[in-house]
Design a protein. Structure first.
Length: 197
C-alpha cells in the first residue's frame, strides 16, 4: 500500500531523531537486559512489541505538527544472536529440518518486504571461533563459514561480532543511522503499521 511521501529538512530530521526516535524489541527476544540497560543509560526510549522480522527495529513516534499523524515504521531490522553456538544451531543442516532454516526463512521474508537487515553476534572473536571450530556444534567450520557467507551476501546489510556489553550500542547505531538515512532520502511513506511488519 502506497502512502503519502514525506520530506524533511536537516533540522527537522535532527529534531525527530532527538525527540521521537524509539526502538522496538520483539516480544520473543529473551535475555536482553544488558541491551535494555544500555538504552536506559543513554535515555533511548524503547518498547516491547511483536516484530515479524528481526529482534529490533525503530520508529519515529507521531508528531502531528510536522505532518506525522501516527508513528512512522521503517523497513529495517536487527537480528541478535547471543553466541556463535546459537548461530551455528540456527544455520546447521544437521539439526531438525524445519528449525535449521528458520533464520534463513526469516531473512528471506525480510528481503521480499524490502527490509534492511543487520546481524549482531555477541562474540567479539566470532569469526575466529568459526574458523577454529571453537563452538558447540557438529557443523564443520568450512560449511558454517560458507553458509554464513552465503546468507550475508543474499540477505544482510552488515554483520557485527561484538562483546555483549557493546550490543546495545550496536543495535542503536544500526537503527539510528538507517532511520536517519530513510528520512534524509525521503524514503518515508505514511502507511499502516501492518503493511510494514
Amino acid at each position: 500500500m502506497e502512502g503519502i511521501k514525506l520530506r524533511f529538512t536537516d533540522s527537522e530530521i535532527n529534531k525527530l531523531l532527538k525527540e521521537n526516535f524509539k526502538i522496538l524489541f520483539d516480544t520473543r527476544e529473551q535475555v536482553n537486559d544488558h541491551v535494555l540497560a544500555y538504552f536506559d543509560s543513554k535515555k533511548i526510549p524503547y518498547k516491547r512489541q511483536k516484530i515479524d522480522e528481526g529482534d529490533y527495529t525503530a520508529i519515529i513516534t507521531a508528531r502531528p505538527e510536522m505532518g506525522i499523524p501516527r508513528d512512522l515504521y521503517f523497513k529495517v531490522g536487527v537480528e541478535r544472536k547471543n553466541s556463535v553456538d546459537e548461530l551455528a544451531g540456527n544455520l546447521s543442516e544437521k539439526t531438525d529440518t524445519r528449525d535449521d532454516i528458520r533464520l534463513e526463512r526469516e531473512l528471506m521474508r525480510a528481503k521480499a518486504k524490502g527490509i534492511k537487515m543487520f546481524l549482531i553476534v555477541e562474540e567479539f572473536n566470532g569469526m575466529n571461533h568459526i574458523r577454529n571450530n571453537d563452538y558447540r556444534s557438529l557443523y564443520s567450520p568450512k560449511a558454517f563459514e560458507g553458509k554464513l557467507s552465503s546468507i550475508q551476501d543474499k540477505y544482510l546489510n552488515d554483520t557485527i561480532f561484538c562483546n555483549p556489553e557493546d550490543t546495545g550500542r550496536e543495535v542503536f547505531r544500526k537503527l539510528y543511522y538507517a532511520v536517519r538515512n530513510f528520512l534524509k532520502e525521503g524514503e518515508v511513506d505514511i502507511v499502516a503499521e501492518e503493511s510494514i511488519s
